[in-house]
Design a protein around this ligand. Structure first.
Ligand SMILES: *Cc1c(COP(=O)(O)O)cnc(C)c1O
Length: 527
């Protein structure tokens, strides 16, 4: 690199990447371009040799092959240069989950968009941070605008604000932090003095199907997991206003509700709590409302799906996961707040070396006071790139396509004698189970459904989800590939039925190269 006023470059040792070490100058950018071209070419080659969404290996076989690939470990004494990067790209593409494969349908983990992945390179290259104005002026301005646009989409008015976070888990934590400190404000300065000797017992009410991050947040916030009061869901997996009202009325005299958390898109079923009725109940009881729309928030982009979220504008805070239903590479979650005072009271702060008052008054303010983080990546770049390139309609139509696939899957499940639908899909999730031909014993049904999913996993041919409801093991398709076709869904369901039959008849697995998994292997917990 040679820039005016800089000392002449030190000659690079041979193993450093040529021609330039640093990404953010013209020569470095050109080299980033070349490297990305090479890495994506190597990855594409390896991807073409695959036959399914997961590598057809057991966890033990994968661990052994990573050891072989890294004979000197991941931190060799002397670097291997470009060749090492090429090998890494090939190994990554061979061993990763391939989310663009229409048979990948397990988790709320979408295939990321080309435009977002490419724009994300800008975040890495320039390495801006949005905590202070002078560590990333453009990203700071862009995040303010993206937050304003999303708040507008949600129906929040002029006093609203928000922040990008590393995930729905973090967004929910910050929402409950704001609720805790705002509601307890008149009794105690919790931010200053913590929760010691509180004269009340704070509680948080949510559906029994709310995401576990709600109870985790309560633990982190010093409220304890037992502060969560789960409200029973109805037969459509929703928290009804009546059940919520009853739960609020049943609180003990010294229990103080900090917030009600409504879920707009439960992780397991995609069911949406009826927000207008819930908002009416929280208004009547004078309780704050947080809407966890980590999954369902994508409906805001679609004219057709938006009515599902009617009432969201009554929330005090909202979680949206753009790395779920806006097809962003993680991380891209958003916390929106109706009243920005809540952010200022909980995370606002002045630090002499980051954002002194006089700089702030002169307009040199970053987003430090919005976030629980300090250094914070410009994740907004990929988000803005996606919004600008595809528009609201482009993103909305992807969710509509996935919803259509889910409805197709539900119809196909309902009409198959060996499959049983659990509930109509509200978003893009289809929960069902395989009905064995040879038994109706509940335990045997559970065992066969668990085993057929593992069979598909270890064959690498289909990746479907698993959960439990009504005391039984269920299978789950989380459909987030907008380019999948209905024939892909039909093939996925056919694979499920074939695997179920094979498990029932004890047919050995034909295509597994290594040792089969032990039959009693524990299931991974649901996400
Ligand atoms: C996925 C999910 C979360 C957690 O979000 P992460 O981004 O994985 O941290 C929270 N709530 C709901 C309803 C979710 O589906």
């Amino acid at each position: 690199m040679s820039m005016p006023g800089h000392a002449p470059p030190v000659p690079a040792p041979p193993t450093l990447l040529e021609p330039d070490l640093l990404a953010a100058d013209p020569a470095g950018l050109a080299d980033v371009g070349r490297l990305v071209t090479e890495l994506t070419r190597e990855a594409a080659g390896a991807l073409r040799r695959r036959s399914g969404p997961l590598p057809a290996v057991t966890p033990q076989e994968l661990a052994r092959s990573v050891d072989r690939q890294l004979p000197d470990g991941p931190l060799p004494r002397t670097g291997g240069g470009r060749a090492a990067l090429h090998a890494l790209a090939r190994a990554c593409a061979a061993g990763t989950v391939d989310l663009a494969d229409p048979r990948a349908a397990a988790h709320l983990q979408p295939p990321s968009l080309t435009v977002a992945a490419a724009a994300d390179v800008l975040a890495s290259v320039f390495n801006a941070s949005v905590d202070t104005w002078d560590s990333g002026p453009y990203a700071v301005e862009l995040e303010r605008r993206v937050i304003r646009a999303l708040a507008g989409l949600t129906g929040f008015g002029a006093g609203s604000d928000g922040v990008l976070t590393p995930g729905g888990t973090a967004s929910n934590l910050q929402a409950l932090l704001i609720a805790r400190d705002t509601v307890l404000r008149d009794r105690r300065d919790v931010r200053g003095h913590g929760l010691t000797r509180l004269p009340v017992r704070p509680v948080v009410l949510c559906s029994e199907l709310a995401h576990f991050s709600v109870s985790r947040a309560c633990a982190v916030l010093g409220l304890g997991e037992h502060a969560v009061r789960p409200v029973p869901a109805d037969s459509a997996y929703r928290m009804t206003p009546e059940a919520l009202d009853l739960a609020l009325r049943s609180l003990a005299a010294d229990e103080l509700p900090l917030a009600v958390v409504a879920t707009a898109g439960t992780t397991d079923f995609g069911s949406v709590d009826p927000l207008p009725g819930i908002a009416a109940v929280t208004r009547e009881h004078g309780v704050r409302l947080h809407v966890d729309a980590a999954y369902g928030g994508g409906a805001l982009f679609s004219d057709r799906m938006r009515p599902l979220l009617a009432g969201i504008e009554a929330a005090d805070t909202v979680t949206l996961d753009l790395h779920k239903t806006a097809w962003q590479p993680a991380a891209a979650s958003v916390l929106l707040v109706r009243d920005r005072a809540g952010l200022e009271a909980t995370t606002g702060l002045r630090v002499a070396y980051l954002n002194p008052d006089d700089d702030g008054e002169a307009g040199y303010d970053g987003l430090l006071g919005h976030s629980l983080q300090t250094t914070r990546r410009a994740d907004v770049l990929k988000v803005a790139a996606t919004f600008l390139a595809l528009g609201q309609e482009g993103i909305g139509s992807m969710l509509e396509a996935c919803h259509d696939l889910a409805r197709h899957a539900a119809t196909a499940v309902r009409s198959h004698t060996r499959l049983e639908l659990v509930t109509e899909p509200a978003l893009t999730t289809v929960v069902f189970r395989y009905l064995p031909a040879t038994t109706t014993d509940p335990e045997a049904c559970d065992r066969i459904n668990g085993a057929l999913r593992r069979r598909l996993l270890s064959e690498g041919t289909a990746l479907i989800g698993r959960t439990e409801s009504g005391g039984a093991v269920r299978l789950k398709l989380t459909l987030l590939n907008p380019q999948a076709r209905t024939t892909d869904i039909d093939e996925l369901l056919a694979a499920v039925v074939a695997a179920g039959r094979a498990v029932e008849s004890g047919t050995p697995q034909p295509t597994v190269p290594g040792p089969a998994e032990p039959a009693d292997r524990k299931e991974t917990p649901h996400e």
